[in-house]
Design a protein around this ligand. Structure first.
Ligand code: FAD
Length: 479
């Protein structure tokens, strides 16, 4: 990482603390606008997302997809010599790390190209007056203090843990450790049935682990439209995943051979070789020293901000997982850009959190944006909905993955016809790659009639979206 030559103290237009998606997006976007930027990262460039989050998780899920494909190859007449393929997880891990390393070095190259000065060390904020100061120490960069006219805090989050479940990296793990294990456990309990927990359950189940999901809420993947969530639940159960909802985990004990007996609900337990804690992430302001400089941090650890990501201290912004908005990499990107536009005095449009895209990469995949049927009604809309299943979609049949559906929610007009599109919910093959047009339609405030006029290429999975929208005009083709 670079350090300004021979200088013990340097001044920048913007100092960014944290080199994850929110921090590096701020840095790259600011540098593209001509600002002189410093970015401080204590760990690896790319933060959680590139190193222990989105990228490794999706890479391992892709391994599961390849495994499923090989398992079902004979269905296509492709002879692989075995109906029960094996897995060498160390090769999987090497490939995963290769993808990460390429992305991290690509990011380093981009930052260098944009002339962002990157410091390797812990950033501690020491002054938030007209000039902001950050002390850097404990990393590869020489200990120093830098100053800036503006400060963007993007210190991210870390996995939450459960008291009594001490993470040892082998039998009790969080996502940080799970994503680097060299061998899959025979039996695993995933505590937490949210997006990340369900991705892990799906991946491990497909690769041969006997998985039990323990979720305190009445449903897995809360927040997902119930019709879509049901498809995922059914699929996981069909693939042998034991899903227990509405249960609290109460503790664990070590049993024969170092395995764990996890207790939950009313006197129930499950014996497993690995416990995966997947109960969410907490913000990480721990090393920033914000108390001493008057930047508020709430009781949960989040930095309070307004809709333009400004803290209560002039010239100090906070973005990404450190603020109480959806903990997603692309939200961090968007917030980083909002903050930079604020620095530039451009009066940025705030992120419209209701209508951001969400994707879950379990099998089958989930993708959605905008209102669910329930939330639209709660918001006072009179709604009409249309739901179509992938079972009749030609491309889905060709691929051999017909599980899933598309559901569109639209505002009901006074004449009873469907008006503006309010939400789109997809579950099924490659839906994370199909959300784009629904997302765009919602944010463009397009009407059902307008969207129905667009032509979907044939044969594609996205025809199902077109069909679902057309049905709301009263004139479907196939539905
Ligand atoms: P982080 O990525 O956590 O980065 C913060 C950085 O700041 C870290 O590198 C940290 O070392 C550094 N830092 C902290 N304090 C200091 C300090 N004082 N000085 C210097 N450096 C500091 N999101 C999606 O959108 N799609 C997905 O598919 C997805 N999958 C996920 C899967 C998993 C298993 C996990 C765990 C997360 C996933 N996420 C996903 C969430 C996504 O990774 C986070 O929302 C995103 O990384 C947050 O970005 P951030 O920059 O705010 O924080």
């Amino acid at each position: 990482m670079s350090n300004p030559e021979g200088s013990e103290s340097s001044h920048f237009d913007v100092v960014v603390v944290g080199g994850g998606p929110a921090g590096y997006a701020s840095a790259l976007y600011g540098a593209a606008a001509g600002l002189n930027i410093a970015m401080i990262e204590k760990g690896k460039l790319g933060g959680t997302c590139l190193n222990v989050g989105c990228i490794p998780a999706k890479e391992l899920l892709e391994t599961a997809a390849v495994f499923r494909t090989v398992q079902h190859a004979s269905m296509f007449g492709v002879q692989t010599g075995t109906d029960s393929p094996g897995i060498d997880f160390s090769v999987t891990q090497t490939r995963k790390q290769g993808v990460i390393d390429t992305l991290v070095s690509g990011l380093a190259g981009l930052l260098k190209h944009r002339k962002v000065t990157v410091f390797d060390g812990i950033g501690q904020v020491t002054s938030t007056g007209a000039t902001k100061s950050v002390r850097i120490s404990g990393g590869a960069s020489e200990a120093t203090t830098i100053t800036g006219d503006n400060l963007i805090i993007a210190a991210g989050s870390v996995p939450r843990t459960i008291p009594g479940f001490d993470v040892d990296g082998t039998t009790i793990v969080t996502s940080d450790e799970l994503l680097s294990i060299q061998q899959l456990p025979a039996r695993a309990a995933v505590i937490g049935g949210g997006a990340i927990g369900i991705e892990f359950a799906s991946m491990m189940a497909d690769l041969g682990t006997q998985v039990t999901v323990l979720e305190a809420m009445p449903k897995i993947i809360p927040g997902v439209d119930p019709d879509a969530a049901r498809v995922v639940e059914r699929s996981l159960k069909k693939r042998g995943v034991d899903i227990r909802t509405g249960v609290m985990v109460s503790g664990h004990e070590t049993i024969d051979g170092g395995a764990k007996r996890v207790s939950f609900g009313e006197d129930q337990s499950v014996d497993v070789d690995m416990v995966v804690l997947s109960i969410g992430r907490r913000p990480f302001p721990d090393l920033l020293g914000l108390d001493a400089v008057g930047v508020p941090v709430d009781e949960r650890g989040f930095i309070p901000v307004d809709e333009a990501c400004r803290t209560s201290v002039p010239g100090v912004w906070a973005v990404g997982d450190i603020i109480a908005t959806a903990q997603l990499a692309h939200i961090g990107f968007a917030e980083g850009m909002v903050a930079i536009r604020g620095v530039l005095g451009e009066d940025p449009q705030p992120v419209d959190y209701l209508n951001v895209p969400w994707c879950i990469y379990c099998h089958p995949e989930v993708a959605f944006a905008g209102h669910t049927e329930e939330s639209a009604k709660e918001a006072g809309f009179d709604v009409v909905t249309s739901t179509h299943k992938f079972t009749g979609n030609g491309r889905a049949m060709i691929v051999g993955e017909t599980e899933g559906l598309v559901k569109v929610i639209a505002e009901k007009q006074a004449d009873g016809r469907a008006g503006r599109m309010l939400g789109v919910h997809m579950v099924g093959p490659w839906v994370t790659e199909q959300l784009g047009q629904g997302y765009m339609a919602i944010n463009w405030e397009a009407t059902i009639d307008e969207i129905a006029a667009f032509i979907q290429p044939h044969p594609t999975m996205s025809e199902l979206f077109g069909e679902t929208v057309m049905a709301l005009t009263g004139r479907a083709l196939h539905g």
